[in-house]
Write a new protein. Structure first.
Length: 398
């Protein structure tokens, strides 16, 4: 069976042959899965070795730092915990969406030896495998198997990919988002809506996925692109698009009812210094860096110029990059940049925008020198692992 035939069967997932389709799909995606696992194991090994040399507990850093501790507390005790900082600022656990702590609680009940911390780590690791399968599926459908494999491995070597190995929500959200995008590309609109509900219960950036689904459905319904489609397809599309925001909205409403004010969730996020300011805080930060060190300011400007260039490359790849993929990618980047939160967290917030890596994956897949992709992935893996160990063993948040 040729790669093209395997691809067709793996992507089609024909009814009536689910087991065979799953087997073919896993075989088709195996290089991406194994490559990703190798990349992440390298990162974790660098962390563990560095921690051992410095006398620290590397594995504990994957479950016992920053947001992971908040999720574990919610899993154990439910919502209602608050911390008042010395400056009077109040941090509430209602800032965190409920799906991960709910899964942590459920798994820890089913397997008590794991505990909540172990359950969170296991969920994150399993979700990372589901995410990389979805990322591969999206990339392979648009640009072929080789590009899909490289896309998956590059995502594992992302600068803040160490978070993919932590008890955080990034892998769970990316898994739901990637498979939702794949479902859009294959016209499984009810599946799209259900997956988006899950994503909306995982992270606030689900707004980007909701926007992508809504824009795509509207475009298909009002343009010639969807004119020849049967009414049944349009009905499914409408149902999927209507389902999509329900997870995100339900949690916003839950917080509003609990706190007694309609914008309670956004007020709580503002207390965490996570408010939408249109990029003002980011501009102020860049200006401050120029005031301290001109080269640091120039470096930041160069980094943003590179980011915008990559976004432009993604947009230029349309129609090979379909509308939902582009809208999702651009919206994740925009949401990550227009908030007032801690600057160092922004690369992590953009990590679910895996289509940003498509131009690089496509270029490497078409490289004449076959050693080039391995070299790029290898160097990126080592750099990501070193940065991850430095960050996790240091004091700053990701």
């Amino acid at each position: 069976m040729t790669d093209e035939q395997v691809s067709a069967e793996a992507i089609a997932l024909r009814p009536g042959s689910a087991f065979r389709s799953l087997t073919i799909s896993l075989r088709y995606a195996a290089p991406a899965l194994l490559g990703y696992i190798a990349v992440r194991l390298t990162g974790v090994a660098i962390l563990v070795i560095t921690a051992s040399v410095t006398g620290k507990d590397g594995m504990h850093r994957l479950t016992g730092r920053w947001d992971s501790v908040w999720y574990q507390r919610i899993a154990e005790h439910g919502y209602g915990y608050e911390v008042r900082l010395p400056d009077g600022t109040l941090h509430s656990d209602l800032a965190f969406f409920p799906l991960l702590p709910a899964l942590e609680r459920g798994l820890s009940v089913l397997s008590p030896p794991l505990g909540v911390a172990g359950a969170g780590l296991l969920i994150s690791w399993l979700a990372s495998l589901a995410a990389v399968c979805g990322i591969f599926a999206v990339g392979a459908r648009m640009y072929g198997r080789r590009a899909g494999i490289l896309l998956a491995m590059l995502w594992g070597a992302y600068p803040t990919a160490f978070v993919q190995s932590m008890a955080y929500t990034e892998t769970l959200f990316t898994a739901l988002a990637a498979w939702a995008l794949y479902a859009v590309l294959t016209d499984r609109w009810i599946t799209v809506g259900v997956l988006c509900v899950g994503a909306g219960l995982t992270r606030p950036v689900a707004a980007a996925l909701i926007a992508a689904i809504g824009v795509t459905a509207m475009w298909r319904l009002v343009t010639a692109e969807g004119a020849g489609e049967p009414l049944r397809t349009h009905l499914r599309m409408t149902v999927g698009a209507c389902l999509a925001p329900l997870g995100w909205l339900s949690y916003i409403v839950f917080v509003a009812v609990r706190e007694g004010t309609p914008f309670a969730y956004f007020d709580i996020q503002a207390d965490w210094n996570n408010r939408i300011d249109g990029g003002v805080a980011l501009a102020v930060f860049v200006a401050e860096q120029f005031g301290r060190n001109v080269f640091a300011g120039l470096g930041l400007c160069a980094a943003f110029a590179f980011l915008f260039w990559v976004v432009w490359l993604c947009v230029r790849q349309r129609p090979r990059q379909p509308l939902p993929v582009i809208v999702y990618c651009v919206m994740v980047v925009v949401i990550s940049l227009i908030g007032s939160g801690y600057f160092g967290s922004r690369p992590r917030l953009m990590m679910p925008a895996f289509p940003l890596l498509l131009p690089a994956a496509v270029a490497l897949a078409g490289a004449r020198q076959r050693v080039l992709p391995a070299a790029v992935v290898g160097v990126s893996t080592l750099a990501s692992g070193v940065y991850g160990a430095f960050t996790l063993l240091g004091s700053g948040p990701p």
